[in-house]
Design a binder for this molecule. Structure first.
Ligand SMILES: Cc1cc2nc3c(=O)[nH]c(=O)nc-3n(C[C@H](O)[C@H](O)[C@H](O)COP(=O)(O)O)c2cc1C
Length: 288
């Protein structure tokens, strides 16, 4: 990355209105080179990614695939395929968000699109194998509005669209608020989690700190996602698990940039969780 990761994260937003121009050759090459490095997620699942130019009937097919909203003039898509298996959606979210941040770094606008791509033209373009799925893709292009997140309106609007820290991060137990002071050096990685994109902006990530361990939980949104009739009909992947991987990516990249060492482990502290929040993973901080 050319810019500090925190700046890239703060600058990223869902770009839904692109200029009607293709992705420049040099930018295509940068994205492709980066995608080649993304092969295995923090939980060990294999994935592969490719950059595809937008095709004529993408607009029509996207409508039928369960994605919401409308992307004007996408120049291309990052399409990924991930092996079936435990924690594969978290791995997919982690890796694809890394690609999103790298594309943001070179000035491309992006938007995550969750849908049922497995039997679509997107699957053909990546030659999807039986043992793989495509939980989401990312559209790419140059922002038509060129305002980015820095535009005054957007800044206000986006800030209003994130939950405050008090509702997301806890100390020792759920409900016991983690103050910025108590978060110490980790205040910034946590803040970068807050700015992560999430399906329908539901922000389902919760983190509980116990000593030097940061336990990540998925607090499912009631009436949304896995198990609901809509998701079943549309055969959507469990997108809130993808959200968890995205949050882990923001946390880890920020920690690394700040020189905070650590590793991902599975070490469920068996806490009492509100409304069945599900344990995902733990970041264990190491001595510097
Ligand atoms: C897994 C996932 C799926 C998403 N699916 C869509 C989608 O189908 N259509 C869309 O317009 N935005 C989609 N988004 C983008 C979110 O709506 C967006 O990230 C969220 O509203 C926060 O806004 P921001 O990205 O501008 O910060 C998706 C995001 C994620 C992480």
């Amino acid at each position: 990355m050319n810019q500090p990761i925190q700046e890239i994260i703060r600058h990223r937003y869902s770009c839904r209105s692109c200029m009607n121009v293709p992705v420049q050759e040099t930018h295509q090459q940068t994205v492709k080179n980066f995608l080649e490095t993304l092969q295995i997620g923090p939980f060990g699942t294999h994935a592969r990614f490719d950059l595809a130019a937008a095709a004529q009937d993408d607009k029509r097919s996207l409508k039928g695939l369960g994605t919401y909203g409308f992307i004007k003039n996408p120049a291309g898509f990052i399409i990924g395929a991930v092996e079936k298996g435990p924690k594969n959606l978290e791995d997919y979210g982690y890796l694809l968000e890394y690609a999103v941040l790298s594309a943001t770094d070179i000035g491309l606008g992006t938007c995550w699109l969750g849908g049922s791509f497995t039997k679509s033209s997107f699957a053909k373009r990546i030659s999807l194998r039986d043992e793989e799925i495509i939980p989401a893709v990312v559209s790419l292009g140059y922002d038509e509005e060129k305002r980015g997140r820095d535009g005054q309106f957007r800044k206000f609007f986006s800030a209003a669209r994130r939950m405050p820290m008090e509702l997301l991060f806890y100390a020792e137990t759920f409900g016991n608020i983690l103050t910025i002071n108590a978060a110490g050096e980790y205040a910034e990685p946590l803040e970068m989690v807050r700015w992560a994109p999430s399906a329908s902006n539901k922000q389902p990530w919760r983190i509980v700190r116990i000593d030097d361990a940061w336990h990540f939980y998925l607090q499912r949104t009631k009436g949304y996602g896995k198990g609901t009739i809509l998701f079943n009909i549309l055969r959507l992947a469990d997108l809130q698990r993808v959200d968890m991987g995205i949050a882990m990516c923001h946390f880890k990249l920020t920690a690394r940039e700040l020189g905070l060492n650590g590793t991902w482990v599975l070490d469920d502290p068996q806490l009492q969780t509100p409304d069945g929040a599900e344990y995902t993973a733990t970041w264990t901080a190491k001595e510097k």
